[in-house]
Design a protein around this ligand. Structure first.
Ligand SMILES: *[C@@H]1O[C@H](CO)[C@@H](O)[C@H](O)[C@H]1NC(C)=O
Ligand SMILES: *[C@@H]1O[C@H](CO)[C@@H](O)[C@H](O)[C@H]1NC(C)=O
Ligand SMILES: *[C@@H]1O[C@H](CO)[C@@H](O)[C@H](O)[C@H]1NC(C)=O
Ligand SMILES: *[C@@H]1O[C@H](CO)[C@@H](O)[C@H](O)[C@H]1NC(C)=O
Ligand SMILES: *[C@@H]1O[C@H](CO)[C@@H](O)[C@H](O)[C@H]1NC(C)=O
Ligand SMILES: *[C@@H]1O[C@H](CO)[C@@H](O)[C@H](O)[C@H]1NC(C)=O
Ligand SMILES: *[C@@H]1O[C@H](CO)[C@@H](O)[C@H](O)[C@H]1NC(C)=O
Ligand SMILES: *[C@@H]1O[C@H](CO)[C@@H](O)[C@H](O)[C@H]1NC(C)=O
Ligand SMILES: *[C@@H]1O[C@H](CO)[C@@H](O)[C@H](O)[C@H]1NC(C)=O
Length: 887
């Protein structure tokens, strides 16, 4: 009543005062009267003015000429007296929240600024919005930590801050939000542990994905009985999954992937019969899949890949039909694959690679037209695949490699119109390569190596214009190499090695502009090497073990990027073209067992070549081991004697050095420590003794002698890599664990330099934990023997991988993408993740290591600097020329 009266008075007054506002009155039946509403309007306008020009333009309806209740994005109560919602999601706004006077809004229920470009922190005055029930700020650039005052918003039901740059820890006050239904903090840089949230019994959705949160999954998680989505993927959670999680019967989504969760899978999860998404991938889970999982019949997305699970899958799973995405790869499962996985017609992705599954291909896969990706590689599956597969209109990628499949390659594969990769190497396939494959319109990768394929290479393969990888080595293919292959202009890998191919090498092969690796070795190829003058990108050329004759064409030397050249075991004659001296990239050469003569080119790759790479020719000479010097001494036996003497001296010196090393090790007593993340706490102890014996922290000893024993005193046979400032050794500890030991080179005159690199690296590594960053296990610091201990990555460096023919071929585009993504993740994490930011400064293929799953791990922070965010002193050059960022 009072309100109505006031409105009336106001209406009369304003109509007298400002006639030009007539539009406002027509659009608003009730006048905007209450003083508090004026406060709201001016608070909003003030905020608008604090935003940038573009944003102000987007808020053009926000003017003094109209009631805020008519403004775009502003909603009022039924009397139009108070603003209840500010919803400016997707308005293209840029600015901060600092200009918004929160205390002006006494009835606000919803504040939604999502999908804009707001920056700055969340002001603690947000606590003034005492009636707020929804705070939605996802996808902006907000930083700083979540203010603890958020706990004062007792009416809050939805708190969605995902997709920002928030850091710090989750304030414990969040545990007081008794009405909260949804908490979503995903995709930020939040660290610390989950605070006590046991009282949040209304919580339905807890989203913490993609942060740096560590610690255990709360043991009381099973008390949050209303949870239907629990998403904690890609954090640093450890410990095991609490058994009481099985009480959360309302759960639909349970996502724990990408953490360090260990232990076995609780059988109680089998109670969660409404689960549609269950993702436990990329953890350290062990044991088997509980038989209770047989009740999870609604599973649609089920992912266990990259764990240490073993045993058979519950037999009941055989009948599951609702899978859309099923990922079991990289475990140690045995027994048969579930057979009905595509019975429901939903399956798009199925991965069971790198396990020990046995038996046949699931029968329901035969007519699985929904399938887009299938990976069964590296199992013990068996069956005649001539007929096990049908036609898949959506299939893009199939890998059946390394199983016991037999039978023929079906011409039906060509009818899979979306197929890009067909990989079947290392099976027992026989018969020919169907010429129909040439009609597969999108095929990019055809890998059929290591089978028993016979017949010719169909010239129709020349129709596969998108092909980048044609690997059909180690079969029994015969006939000539079809010249049509020369039409494959995108081809990068051409491996026809170890077959029975005869005839000449077609000159068209020399016209493949994208080719990186060419392997025709171990065939029966005849005639001369054609002029390969258009293979400008070629890095590896292997024509060994054929019957090639004639001279080495001078055109070979136009391959400026060639790294490896193997022409051994042929009938090549004449002299080596002098232009070889310009092949600056060449690092491996083998021309043995030919009839070559004359002087070897005067470049290190020849001069340093082992005798095995040059031997058994007609008359090579030059200053390389095993060869005679060129001018007159073409038959001088002194060459041999000299070599023997050299070898003798070398042995004596090596033995001496070894003895010295063992002696030094014997008399010195060093202790090595394991690094934990709590580095800072222990920093005070740093540099406590004179000879740079530093301790950041320790929670267990790795005895120095173990390392020495395991590497036999840093014996070269354990050497796995060498860099400018350190050598890396592989060491198997008595515990059975294999580690990489990075031993710094003997500190020379410039003692402080290496030491600084070392301490930098230790510090950097101690501060970060990320799945794409090499795990640091411990270190030992002393001027004579300083080393770091890392997890050992079996895949080695990307640099090495690319230099190895066979391995590089296996390194397909999917894996390359994975490595690139891994590196990007790691860099993002170092730059924006768990602070302080760290700049690596020397990312190169040498510093990117991979594990067996082709997951990238960045190593070598010797040149990294921990940036004090305020002072950026990046003066001295650090890094590998050509890879370092422009300075
Ligand atoms: C924003 O507006 C101010 C004042 O109208 C003007 O000086 C400034 O140049 C504008 N900035 C941009 C980026 O348009
Ligand atoms: C949780 O609830 C209990 C009992 O209702 C209460 O004693 C306790 O203080 C609450 N804890 C928090 C963090 O709100
Ligand atoms: C929750 O789970 C635990 C362990 O699984 C069980 O002992 C307990 O009875 C369950 N509580 C409720 C309320 O269901
Ligand atoms: C599973 O979901 C159905 C349908 O939403 C519901 O009726 C049923 O109670 C749920 N089951 C459990 C154990 O919560
Ligand atoms: C599935 O659930 C039923 C009833 O809820 C139970 O009797 C049965 O043991 C469960 N099966 C498995 C394999 O756990
Ligand atoms: C699968 O389903 C069939 C028929 O519905 C049933 O007879 C069989 O026992 C089931 N198998 C398993 C392992 O549950
Ligand atoms: C498969 O089984 C073999 C032989 O038992 C074993 O050596 C290998 O590690 C197993 N592979 C996997 C991925 O579990
Ligand atoms: C192939 O892929 C395209 C898009 O990649 C998709 O639209 C199409 O449905 C797929 N299937 C066939 C048969 O082309
Ligand atoms: C495929 O290749 C064959 C032989 O090289 C050729 O005759 C035919 O025209 C090609 N087909 C298409 C569709 O390009």
């Amino acid at each position: 009543m009072v309100l109505a009266k006031l409105s009336l008075i106001h209406l009369i007054l304003t109509s007298f005062l400002s006639l030009h506002l007539s539009k406002f009155f027509t659009s608003s039946p009730f006048a905007f009267a209450a003083a508090n509403s004026k406060r709201e309007a001016s608070a909003l306008l003030e905020w608008k003015l604090s935003l940038d020009n573009q944003s102000q333009a987007s808020l053009s309806s926000w003017t003094t000429r109209a009631s805020p209740c008519t403004w775009e994005g502003i909603f009022c109560d039924e009397y139009n007296t108070s603003v209840t919602s500010i919803i400016v999601a997707n308005f293209g706004l840029e600015g901060t929240l600092y200009g918004l006077n929160f205390s002006s809004f006494s009835k606000l229920q919803t504040l939604d600024i999502s999908n804009n470009s707001f920056s700055g922190t969340i002001p603690h005055q947000i606590a003034n919005l005492s009636t707020l029930s929804q705070l939605l700020m996802y996808v902006n650039g907000l930083n700083g930590s979540i203010p603890k005052e958020i706990g004062e918003l007792r009416s809050l039901m939805r708190l969605v801050l995902s997709g920002n740059r928030l850091s710090g820890t989750i304030p414990p006050t969040i545990g007081m939000l008794a009405n909260i239904i949804e908490i979503d903090l995903a995709q930020n840089s939040i660290s610390g542990t989950i605070p006590f949230i046991r009282n949040l019994t209304n919580l339905q959705h807890l989203g913490l994905s993609d942060n740096c949160i560590s610690g255990r999954i709360p043991p009381y998680i099973g008390d949050l009985l209303n949870l239907n989505a629990l998403e904690m993927d890609f954090n640093a959670f450890s410990g095991s999954i609490p058994e009481n999680i099985g009480n959360l019967t309302k759960l639909n989504n349970l996502v724990f992937s990408g953490n360090m969760i260990s232990g076995s899978i609780p059988s109680s999860i089998g109670n969660l019969v409404n689960l549609t998404t269950l993702d436990l991938s990329r953890n350290n889970l062990s044991g088997f899949v509980p038989s209770t999982f047989g009740n999870l019949t609604k599973l649609n997305r089920f992912s266990l890949f990259i764990n240490k699970l073993w045993g058979r899958l519950p037999p009941a799973m055989n009948n599951f039909t609702n899978f859309e995405n099923l990922q079991l790869g990289y475990n140690s499962f045995i027994g048969p694959l579930p057979q009905q996985i595509c019975h429901g017609g939903l399956l798009t992705k199925f991965g069971a690679n790198e396990n020990n599954f046995t038996g046949p291909v699931p029968e329901s896969l035969k007519n699985c037209s929904s399938l887009t990706r299938l990976r069964l590689d590296e199992n013990q599956l068996i069956g005649n695949i001539s007929y096990d597969f049908g036609v898949y209109p959506n299939l893009e990628y199939i890998d059946l490699s390394s199983n016991n499949f037999y039978g023929h390659i079906s011409p039906n594969w060509a009818k899979c119109h979306n197929l890009t990769s067909l990989k079947m190497q290392n099976n027992n396939l026989s018969g020919g390569i169907p010429p129909e494959l040439g009609q597969a319109p999108k095929l990019e990768q055809l890998v059929l190596s290591f089978n028993h394929l016979t017949g010719n290479i169909p010239n129709q393969l020349g129709n596969l214009t998108l092909l980048f990888d044609l690997s059909i080595s180690n079969n029994e293919l015969s006939g000539n190499i079809p010249p049509e292959i020369g039409a494959l202009s995108r081809l990068q890998f051409l491996n026809l090695g170890a077959n029975n191919l005869g005839g000449p090498i077609p000159k068209q092969v020399g016209e493949l502009p994208s080719l990186l690796q060419l392997n025709f070795s171990n065939n029966k190829l005849t005639e001369t090497i054609p002029s390969f003058n258009q293979l400008q990108s070629l890095q590896q050329l292997d024509l060994s073990w054929n019957f090639l004759n004639g001279e080495m064409p001078a055109a070979l030397t136009s391959m400026k990027k060639l790294i490896t050249l193997n022409l051994s075991h042929n009938h090549l004659s004449g002299a080596i073209p002098s232009s070889f001296k310009d092949m600056v990239s060449l690092t491996n050469v083998n021309i043995s067992d030919n009839q070559l003569e004359g002087s070897i080119p005067n470049i290190p790759v020849f001069l340093n070549a082992p005798f095995d790479a040059l031997k058994n020719n007609k008359g090579l000479c030059g200053n390389a081991s095993g060869l005679v010097l060129c001018p007159k001494l073409s038959h001088n036996p002194r060459g041999k004697t000299k070599r023997k003497v050299v070898i003798m001296w070398a042995s004596i010196l090596t033995l001496g050095a070894l003895f010295l090393a063992v002696f030094v090790v014997g008399v010195s007593l060093y202790v090595c420590y394991r690094i934990t993340t709590k580095a800072k706490k222990e920093e005070a102890k740093e540099e406590k003794t004179q000879d740079h014996f530093a301790i950041w922290s320790y929670d267990g000893k790795l005895v120095y002698e173990n390392i020495i024993e395991a590497t036999e005193g840093f014996d070269d046979k354990y050497l796995i890599g060498e860099g400018g400032s350190a050598s890396v050794y592989k060491a198997k500890l008595p515990t059975g664990q294999t580690v990489a030991v990075k031993k710094l080179h003997e500190v020379s005159t410039d003692e402080t330099l290496d030491l600084k690199a070392f301490t930098t690296e230790v510090k950097a590594l101690a501060e970060i934990k990320h799945r794409n960053i090499v795990k640091s296990l411990g270190y030992c610091l002393h001027p004579r023997f300083s080393f770091l201990i890392y997890e050992f990555l079996e895949g080695g460096s990307v640099d090495k991988l690319l230099n190895n023919d066979t391995r590089a071929t296996m390194f397909d585009w999917e894996r390359r993408m994975k490595v690139v993504k891994g590196v990007a993740n790691a860099l993002y994490h170092m730059h924006h993740g768990c602070f302080p930011p760290i700049v690596h400064r020397d990312i190169s293929s040498k510093n990117v290591l991979i594990d067996l799953d082709y997951e990238a791990h960045i190593s070598d922070f010797g040149t990294a600097k921990i940036l004090n965010p305020d002072s950026r002193n990046l003066t001295a050059f650090a890094g590998t020329y050509g890879y370092a960022a422009p300075g």
